[in-house]
Design a protein around this ligand. Structure first.
Ligand SMILES: [Fe+2]
Ligand SMILES: [Fe+2]
Length: 467
């Protein structure tokens, strides 16, 4: 692998050709990335031609260029949304002041932690999904998996660009460590919990891209408001790609739900090779709650500090008229002396919960579409989002047990009933037993309905992955 860094190999709009320092940093980092990709990227598919989308510029005709490519030769680019002259801080203590183009010294550590935490999720998800190619339900889905994987790789590049360009030596060290941690590893795990959970089959993959990538959307959107301008512009461009990941998840689950509803008309769903709705609901409960944890504690001084500093805003900050949030409050459930009470919490410390609340609404919109599918199939069952208190491992609700509809229960009741709500080993074994690869163009596995249309308008029988 040659290590010559050029605009041709790394499409970019950051003047890589004119930046010797960045070139040198990337020349050192890029071979380590390729080694990581070959070791931890999609297993068994590196030499195949895959029909993939590559961003070659930020213009509308450039960010979605489709062609066959072998994944290790994918052109991972570095793109930021174009600079807006005269941009000012949109929120926090510096609202109205010009944004920063260099890292502000007093917030350096906080900013680096935000970049590293976001960056760590990108390679983590590639690691979690690396074996799924062996059991793909169709070539269409196989291709979508790899599309998500290479774009998470590009998101890692985006964060590494920030570390290399703005954080000097410790930025370079952090960039190296992003390639050294491993999802699920006991000694060197990824930073966040959900990114250490195994994504051991396609039902979990679709739930992950539905719920966990959607957390990514909300984190990126709040960083896209940042007063550190390079971070804001990087995250804005990443969001254009993230939309496809959530499409893969939402439409994937929808197709499994549709198949279940179809099979219910002719008998037992499992016996006919489908995933039954109660099992789908259990995996929904699992991945949704793991993803809720990613927003952090309900009452958080870190969230308040990042907002005050102007580093991390709210989702679509310009929908709000007030951007300082001093003296305002957020009404939310909290635990007081072991009881749930509804209380006004100072807004800045409630910002994790504010963002989580937006996320929950967005998830519900996805479930509404799944339920429309069920309705269309004449099925009475509905998919339901569990309470945000259920099955939490981070934050105030993690200290108690709750049912999916939010009732507090004791540990004994939880132990007796949790298998009704979350997948157990038997569910996991059953779902895995369905996972048999289908590699014939246009064919689908028994447990999933075909997509409504092909990628980039291509026909059903298109060969998305060449043999
Ligand atoms: Fe990403
Ligand atoms: Fe993603």
């Amino acid at each position: 692998m040659t290590t010559v860094i050029s605009d041709e190999k790394i499409p970019n709009n950051v003047d890589l050709a004119g930046d010797r320092r960045l070139q040198r940093a990337l020349e050192a980092w890029q071979p380590k990335f390729i080694d990581w990709w070959k070791e931890m990227g999609p297993e068994g598919w590196q030499a195949r031609d895959i029909y993939l989308r590559t961003a070659v510029s930020v213009e509308t005709d450039g960010w979605a260029h489709f062609d066959y490519v072998k994944m290790p030769e994918y052109r991972w680019g570095i793109f930021l949304e174009p600079k807006q002259e005269g941009r000012v801080h949109g929120f926090g203590d510096n609202a109205g002041q010009p944004v920063w183009y260099e890292v502000p010294g007093e917030f350096r550590n906080m900013l680096r932690r935000l970049v590293v935490t976001q960056g760590d999720t990108e390679p983590a998800s590639v690691e979690q999904q690396r074996k799924l190619g062996a059991t793909a339900p169709s070539l269409y889905d196989l291709r979508n998996l790899f599309q998500v994987n290479v774009e998470e790789g590009r998101h890692l590049w985006a964060m590494v660009y920030l570390l290399h360009t703005y954080f000097g030596r410790d930025g370079r060290d952090e960039a190296d460590e992003l390639l050294q941690r491993r999802s699920g590893d006991a000694d060197k795990p990824r930073i966040l919990g959900a990114f250490n959970e195994p994504t051991s089959h396609w039902l979990s993959f679709f739930m992950f891209t539905m719920f966990t990538d959607r957390d990514g959307k909300y984190q990126l959107a709040s960083l896209a408001e940042s007063g550190f301008d390079p971070l804001a512009r990087t995250c804005r461009f990443m969001l254009t790609e993230e939309a496809h990941h959530m499409f893969v998840g939402e439409s994937g689950v929808q197709r499994i739900v549709k198949r279940a509803a179809e099979l219910m008309k002719t008998g037992d769903v499992r016996a006919q090779g489908g995933v039954d709705l109660p099992t789908i609901q259990k995996y929904l409960n699992l991945w949704y709650t793991l993803s809720l944890d990613l927003f952090g504690g309900e009452v958080s001084s870190n969230a308040a500090d990042a907002f005050a500093a102007g580093l991390k805003g709210r989702y679509k900050e310009d929908r709000y008229s007030e951007h300082a949030l001093i003296g305002s409050t957020f009404a939310m459930d909290v635990l007081r002396d072991g009881k749930v009470v509804h209380e006004d919490v100072p807004m800045r410390t409630a910002l994790n919960e504010v963002l989580r609340t937006e996320y929950i609404k967005d998830c519900q919109r996805g479930l509404d579409r799944w339920n429309k599918t069920l309705e269309g199939e004449g099925c009475d069952v509905r998919m339901v989002l569990p309470s945000h208190k259920f099955h939490r491992q981070i934050g105030m609700w993690s200290t108690h047990r709750f049912t999916p509809d939010g009732q507090m229960i004791d540990q004994a009741t939880w132990d007796a009933r949790s298998r009704e709500w979350l997948p157990d080993q038997a569910d996991e074994d059953f779902v895995k037993s369905l996972m048999k690869a289908v590699y014939e163009p246009g064919k689908m596995a028994s447990w999933i309905a075909p997509p409504i249309k092909g990628i980039n308008g291509l026909p059903e029988t298109f060969e998305y992955v060449r043999p």
